[in-house]
Design a protein around this ligand. Structure first.
Ligand code: HDE
Length: 713
């Protein structure tokens, strides 16, 4: 790379510090405001003596127009809302860094992928798609996973989702699709849900949607945590190296905690018990030092192989199966800091698919081409003018110089006499760097990838895009039995909410193109006659990487365990469980019928973290009941505690009990599991782990190990 710091006025000049993980943070530090010890002032810096009463004529008279302080305060308030995003309105952001594992210089000159160990600051925003800003987190929906890489050669945005495909092939259908999935226009219902007529009407008329619909009906659409979901760039992009050679690339984010989902009943309840479930999870994990991590994966396809697949690489409703082109893991994303201010950062962050940097370029995917128009356009209305890139969260760490000087909210004061190019009055600055013209001549300068394109102007979907079903079938074939069961139940739930029979019927016809048995199972639950004939035989192919339950090696760090206790709980058990599970990175919270200190047999303090009635089993990954006869009696007689256990068991969570704690499991009907019965017994059966005697430290350790193993499963 040419030394960009040689001429500080050159665009792209002067990189930030060598290992730049904190360079964005340093930039933000300059605009942070701490109010401690400050006096209250107006926007003009005038200190004021009173802010609780308006200026009036007499104590009971009218308010005076000259009360500039009240007017300013109310006026600001009146203007405090900006339009929410038309999609992905509800989001949660976090700061962190990306660290490259290896040099990708063979394929790309992208600055953040040049050398192992190089850190690049990032800001990530996760989101749901259909719901409004205040909607619940755990709805059945796609999740956004948008990342801003603040690289030294400009900001790169990877605006991804947690599904690898999309509903439509051409961006011109996006307004139709979004109008169909959003609340219906006449009554603005339902909120944050696809289970309604217009969504199913649209997708059953637009068969290219069926592959993505399979993902939407799967467990992937109700992630346990943003930290436990994959991310996908969806489109085929292009890496470009120093010689100007292109390589097709698909981007993946692989979560280090594995891929985990809620079950539907749990998701629906969590939406009421804690609408901020995923947001809180992200926030708390970062606050407690359990920094979420993903690996960046790439699938690389030489340009010479462009036509060697049985689908079109430009079609965003298709994946490249991982068994066909393996995912190479080239770096790690770590989120280690929560934003200081939601509005300033998470709300004002502005992503754009066309924010690319030298070394990365587009493909002709028609969905991507439309996105490249839409994102900039939408920020103009959302952020009120063309200078939103100057907002602190959006500001690149690479230097910015150009002739775009005016517009609402200009934050900089350019001092030159000229604001045009070419010019002679300011030495032609800012100017394109010397010798940078033409692809690859200076890898720190962006040159468009040169691709020959010939054609007639035409409105027509490519024939190579017309296989709508075989990858939907591939997805179905790749699911394990429980995953298939969930998909059938999801179809039945969603279509069961459609009021028009013809929409249900049309959806079943579409499903029949994917798999005949699946169509039959769905139809039987929603009052539709199962289709008689198979349209095409199932091709029988599968891609094991598509199942999310085959990998059971994921760590259980930061998983949440509820420890149910009452007065009289055995503190030795509590301490051992908290210590042992805590030592494995699990978060244990003590839940009791009342807040505050619990009475214990030996007087050792056990404090309740929360009252059972204020929480719910759906907010935890597992539940354990320690011994103590009085405690067990109190819990067995407490409806909330009994319900808590029964519900956790119903949702397939790990349930454990030690000594007298077993009596509580007996009251909460948990079905046909084997339970420890003799003093020596330590049993793990169908997610229920029990041990009759515990006080011995080693035996409690064994219990916790087995409990943790059951959680991992
Ligand atoms: Fe988006 N999308 N999108 N999208 N999208 C937006 O931009 C759009 C698509 C995605 O956290 C909007 O700033 C069109 C695919 C994410 O701020 C808007 C098309 C994928 C986010 C927009 C698509 C995405 C958005 C709304 C089809 C996955 C949230 C507000 C041509 C690869 C970013 C905004 C954030 C947001 C348009 C399809 C992901 C209107 C026209 C495919 C993660 O510009």
């Amino acid at each position: 790379m040419a030394d960009p710091s040689a001429d500080p006025t050159r665009s792209g000049a002067k990189p930030s510090p060598e290992n730049g993980a904190n360079s964005k943070d340093e930039q933000l530090e300059a605009v942070r405001v701490d109010v401690e010890g400050t006096d209250l002032t107006t926007q003009q810096g005038v200190r004021i003596d009173h802010t609780d009463d308006s200026l009036t004529v007499g104590e009971r008279g009218p308010t005076l127009l000259e009360d500039f302080h009240a007017r300013e305060k109310i006026t600001h308030f009146d203007h405090e809302r900006i339009p929410e995003r038309v999609v992905h309105a509800r989001g949660s952001g976090a700061h962190g860094y990306f660290e490259a594992y290896e040099s990708m210089a063979e394929y790309t000159v992208a600055d953040f992928l040049q050398e192992p160990g190089r850190r690049t600051p990032v800001f990530v925003r996760f989101s749901t798609v259909a719901g409004s800003r205040g909607s619940a987190d755990t709805v059945r929906d796609v999740r956004g996973f948008a990342t801003k890489f603040f690289t030294r050669t400009g900001t790169y945005d990877l605006v991804a989702n947690n599904f690898p495909v999309f509903f439509i092939q051409d961006g011109i259908k996006f307004p139709d699709f979004v109008h169909a999935v959003k609340p219906e226009p006449h009554n603005e219902m339902p909120q944050a849900a696809s289970a309604h007529d217009t969504f199913w009407d649209f997708v059953s008329l637009q068969p290219e949607a069926m592959h993505m619909v399979m993902w939407l009906m799967s467990d992937r659409a109700i992630p346990r945590s943003f930290r436990m979901m994959e991310g996908f760039g969806v489109h085929t992009f292009r890496f470009v190296n120093a010689e100007g050679r292109g390589t097709f690339v698909k981007f993946h984010w692989k979560p280090m905690l594995g891929i985990h989902s809620l079950v539907w009943d749990e998701a629906q309840k969590a939406a009421g018990k804690d609408p901020d479930f995923n947001r809180r999870d992200l926030w708390e994990a970062i606050e407690s030092g359990h920094f979420p991590e993903w690996e960046l994966g790439v699938q690389l396809v030489p340009e010479s192989d462009e036509f060697s697949f049985d689908f079109d690489l430009l079609d965003p409703t298709k994946i490249i199966p991982e068994e066909q082109v393996p995912v190479r893991r080239i770096g790690k994303l770590v989120l280690n800091r929560n934003p200081d201010n939601f509005f300033a950062e998470t709300e004002q962050v502005a992503f754009h698919t066309a924010n690319i940097v030298p070394g990365i370029d587009f493909s002709n995917d028609p969905l991507l081409q439309a996105r490249n128009f839409s994102y900039l356009d939408t920020q103009l209305i959302r952020l009120g003018g063309p200078n939103f890139a100057q907002l602190p969260i959006n500001r690149p760490i690479a230097p910015v110089h150009n002739n775009q000087r005016d517009g609402f909210g200009q934050m900089r004061i350019y001092r030159s006499q000229s604001s045009y190019s070419p010019n002679s009055v300011a030495g032609n600055y800012p100017r394109v760097p010397d010798g940078a013209e033409g692809a690859g001549s200076d890898p720190s300068v962006f040159s468009h990838y040169q691709e020959r394109v010939d054609g007639v102007k035409i409105r027509k979907r490519s024939e190579s895009f017309k296989d709508f079903y075989s990858q939907a079938t591939l997805f179905w074939n790749s699911m394990t039995a429980p995953e298939k069961k969930h998909i059938v139940a999801a179809f039945q739930f969603e279509l069961g909410k459609c009021t028009r029979p013809e929409i249900r019927e049309r959806a079943v016809e579409q499903i029949n193109h994917i798999d005949h048995d699946l169509a039959g199972m769905v139809a039987s639950g929603i009052g539709v006659t199962p289709p008689e004939r198979e349209i095409v035989p199932n091709h029988g192919r599968s891609s094991p990487a598509l199942s999310q339950v085959l990998d059971r090696t994921a760590p259980i760090d930061s998983r949440r365990v509820a420890l149910l206790a009452g007065d009289g709980v055995d503190p030795v058990h509590v301490d051992a469980i908290v210590e042992n599970l805590g030592g494995m990175g699990v978060v244990v919270e003590v839940l009791a019928p009342h807040d505050g200190a619990l009475a214990t047999q030996n007087g050792n303090a056990v404090r309740a973290d929360r009252r059972i009635a204020t929480m719910s089993s759906v907010l935890y990954d597992a539940v354990v009941v320690p011994g103590g006869a009085d405690s067990a009696r109190a819990l067995a007689g407490d409806g909330d505690a009994v319900h808590f256990l029964a519900e956790a068991f119903k949702h397939g969570k790990t349930v454990g009990a030690v000594a007298e704690g077993l009596d509580v499991l007996g009251v909460a009907p948990i079905g046909e599991v084997r339970m420890a019965t003799s003093a020596e017994d330590l049993i793990s059966d169908r997610g229920v782990v029990t041990q009759v005697r515990g006080p011995n430290k080693n035996r409690l350790e064994d219990f916790c190990r087995m409990f943790a193993e059951a959680m991992r499963q």
